[in-house]
Design a protein. Structure first.
Length: 525
């Protein structure tokens, strides 16, 4: 969010316009006014403008009242992790779910205080589990349901899942017009089509509200209009504690869905300010202020043996068996299992061998290509050029099956992403996503190419997101990057440099034994 100031030395009146950045490129910045009802003729009076961050409306300033609400909640001892959460014994028949999904949904329904769902990639945590829980609560009770996630993309996915239950279910989506594909659900859209009385009635009768954490903190009035019986929080491992505790203090119970082994919450503070020294906070799992509320409650529950209040989805429906085996080895201690889909165990016959590169790529679903070092920072020209050759090889083999979401390219550095994007044929740029791993979380592609573009050992630290979970070192960024792939992963990087990282060396050694490890020069013979 930014503020727009007209720059005019002769201006007697000070105009301030709060806006969202809708689009930005090398030629222009497109802004969208928060208040669509202002007299827009004022905007045409000036030609010079100053755009600055909107610090006066910072979410951080609102967190103090959120924390105050939390500590004064009548369930604070449960929600903080001092008291063991309570459970009921209600039998529910969940159809269209596998046995583990049904077991977890059953436990979530029976929770009186909270329940934590660990959802590794491809396990159906939103499309099946969240949907099934909402459907059960909506049809068997008169509860109001609050659906929350970290990103707008994830909230849209939640709305998609709820719409699949029934088009008759009413949902209101908080946020501005620019944030969602579901324009018809947006509260900001309803404001323009309803009068105040109609809007109030609409809010009161609509039992499902969906929002990002940020929009919810900025729209506290919703809690004065509606009481929510339950909150379901997706992407919970990306949400820091101060941002969510005020929200859950206003509901009777909450369900959190996340994966502490994927991308963590983002913090601005340096490590020295994140360390916790209080023994009482450490006793409830708060050892570092950078961990999410989800991860803290999960750690607390595991430490205290409260096994009833958490569970893990173990059947994944996204990745082929060969890719899953790598993921299990690196991150999930062999807990992930295949679904009943036959394609997950099929032999690999995607490539019709027409070239040396096609021959190499057809050898395995997990390929590492050892690329040369370059004297560049955050980009590698050799990797970029080889990425384009691999894309062309995949395209030629997919033929008419080459569509949007067939291929994704991931690099830790925006400079390398830009280098690769500029080399892709213009007609293909809308079909092939090239981006950093942070922008890929929550999505999937048939084929994933990872260009690490790490030329010096000193650059390794910037691509890692290391954490120790259950005595296993895990790189959360690498986990997300690898698990975007359904059919094949091709990793480009310099073996000598990457092997300075224990987790990358572990991955490369696995690929040497069970996948296909080739040197760069072999791809051009």
């Amino acid at each position: 969010m930014v503020i727009l100031y007209p720059q005019d030395e002769n201006l007697n009146q000070r105009y301030i316009f709060k806006t969202y950045i809708k689009e930005i490129n090398s030629n222009e910045i497109v802004l969208s006014l928060r208040n669509k009802l202002i007299n827009q003729s004022v905007l045409t009076k000036f030609t010079n403008w100053l755009i600055i961050p909107d610090s006066s409306d910072s979410i951080n300033k609102k967190l103090y009242s959120e924390i105050y609400s939390f500590v004064n909640s009548n369930k604070v001892e449960y929600f903080i992790g001092n008291k063991q959460p309570r459970f009921e014994n209600i039998e529910v028949d969940f159809k269209d779910l596998n046995l583990i999904q049904a077991r977890i949904c059953q436990k979530a329904i029976n929770a009186r205080d909270y329940f934590l769902i660990q959802g590794p990639p491809g396990t159906g945590k939103t499309s099946y589990v969240l949907k099934a829980i909402v459907e059960q609560i909506y049809n068997s009770t008169n509860y109001n349901i609050l659906l929350v996630s970290y990103t707008n993309r994830a909230v849209d996915e939640i709305c998609n899942a709820i719409k699949r239950i029934s088009e008759e279910i009413e949902i209101i989506r908080l946020g501005s017009k620019e944030v969602s594909i579901h324009k018809e659900l947006l509260f900001s859209e309803l404001i323009e089509n309803y009068n105040l009385k109609e809007l109030n009635l609409k809010l009161k009768r609509t039992r499902i509200i969906a929002s990002t954490v940020a929009s919810l903190i900025n729209t506290q009035e919703i809690f004065q209009i509606k009481h929510f019986d339950i909150a379901i929080i997706d992407e919970a491992s990306q949400i820091l504690e101060p941002y969510i505790v005020g929200i859950i203090s206003k509901v009777n119970k909450f369900i959190m869905i996340g994966d502490e082994k994927q991308l963590p919450a983002i913090t601005q503070q340096s490590e020295e300010f994140l360390q916790v020294k209080s023994k009482k906070l450490i006793e409830i799992g708060l050892e570092n202020f950078s961990i999410s509320y989800f991860e803290r409650l999960l750690t607390n529950a595991k430490t205290k043996g409260w096994n009833e209040c958490f569970d893990m989805l173990e059947i994944q429906n996204r990745m082929h068996k060969d890719i899953m085996n790598l993921i299990n080895f690196l991150f999930y201690n062999n807990k992930l299992n295949l679904s009943e889909n036959n394609w997950q165990s099929e032999e690999f016959n995607t490539y019709q061998i027409k070239s040396k590169l096609g021959d190499l790529l057809s050898k395995s679903r997990i390929v590492f290509i050892n690329c040369p070092n370059e004297n560049n920072y955050k980009f590698n020209k050799s990797e970029a050029l080889l990425t384009i050759k691999i894309i062309e090889e995949i395209k030629s083999n997919l033929k008419d099956n080459f569509i949007e979401n067939s291929i994704g390219v991931i690099s830790p550095f925006r400079l390398q992403c830009s280098e690769i994007s500029n080399l892709i044929e213009e007609n293909d740029r809308k079909l092939i996503t090239v981006d950093t791993v942070e922008r890929f979380q929550g999505s999937e592609r048939g084929f994933i190419i990872i260009s690490t573009s790490v030329n010096k050992e000193v650059m390794l630290q910037s691509i890692l997101s290391l954490v120790i979970i259950e005595d296993i070192e895990i790189d959360r960024k690498l986990n997300v990057a690898l698990t975007r792939a359904k059919k094949q992963i091709v990793i480009l990087g310099n073996e000598q440099v990457l092997s300075k990282s224990k987790i990358y060396k572990k991955m490369i050694d696995f690929i040497k034994e069970y996948g296909c490890f080739v040197n760069y020069d072999e791809c051009y013979k």
